[in-house]
Design a protein around this ligand. Sequence first.
Ligand SMILES: Cc1cc2nc3c(=O)[nH]c(=O)nc-3n(C[C@H](O)[C@H](O)[C@H](O)COP(=O)(O)OP(=O)(O)OC[C@H]3O[C@@H](n4cnc5c(N)ncnc54)[C@H](O)[C@@H]3O)c2cc1C
Length: 306
Amino acid sequence: MNYDAVVIGGSYAGLSAAMQIARGRRSVCVLDTGEPRNRFADASHGFFGQDGAAPEAMIVNARDQLAAYPTVRMIAHMACDATRVDGGFEVTLASGGALTGRKLVLAFGISDVLPAISGLSERWGDSVLHCPYCHGYEYRDGRLGVLWTAPLSAHQAALIADWGATTLYLNGNPHPEGDARTLLDRRGVSIEAASIQELRGKDRTLTSLLLDDGREAAIDALFLAPRSKLNSPIAERLGCALDDGPFGPMVRTDAAQLTSEPGVYAAGDIARAPHNASWASADGVTAGISLHQSLVFEPSMAGAAA
Ligand SMILES: Cc1cc2nc3c(=O)[nH]c(=O)nc-3n(C[C@H](O)[C@H](O)[C@H](O)COP(=O)(O)OP(=O)(O)OC[C@H]3O[C@@H](n4cnc5c(N)ncnc54)[C@H](O)[C@@H]3O)c2cc1C
């Protein structure tokens, strides 16, 4: 085996896992294509000690700190497949070639599937947002909107009303009824039934929504909960069990971040909901420590120290 562990994805979850493995004096290789999910935002909020830092700067800093450990190798390439082999796993690289590891950490993240509304994707991470805890404070007391994508959008609108006057844009979907309607009324959320044709505003800012009946609704920020997809099919190919999460497929893990496949750990957005960078990092720490301890305590790993 080339490495004790191969980590696929080198962002909040993957680098956190690799740090623990390296500090446990084991060899670890991190493969990463450099596209963290929050790359569309200029600032990341709420992360311990780094509130407001640029996502890229946080990751570069973490990568630099990890690179100081002698048992770490980082490769800026895509892992395109992973298969179980005698004693561990073989990971093939899109650039050609392969490397092997006794254990795997899957931390390749998810991608958001945004609704096809003119002007929406260009504003993603700036004035079109997914999480009020990440970006709501910057729009406090503003004119806020929630775009209906699923029944949980009613709950999202009721929550976001804590940050400012909120309108739920049904975008042609049926009016919420029953408990959902009662909650929206109690929280003072307005409801707009018309479909949205276009988002308008200078550059990535948002000033209005053009509705299909010709009206323009003034707005500062639009929140939505998009569907998501896993960035790689590697978990399925390895046979890891997946669950249907509230936003899309999730890799099933136990409290140690171990998947249903022995020796394969998963951390970050691929293995949880809801999502944020702190949780991804924390799950990465758990995966890294669990993996290290499995190298120490599993009978089959006896005497396998690098
Ligand atoms: C617009 C936006 C803004 C956000 N703002 C915040 C915020 O302010 N605060 C906060 O806490 N959270 C924020 N989040 C959430 C945060 O981005 C995620 O929770 C976090 O990035 C998840 O970390 P991760 O390591 O699981 O995955 P990611 O950060 O997505 O990293 C996955 C990494 O794996 C790499 N990769 C993918 N496939 C492969 C492969 N096959 N081989 C090798 N590498 C691969 C990718 O290039 C990427 O570098 C935001 C999310 C979005 C969408």
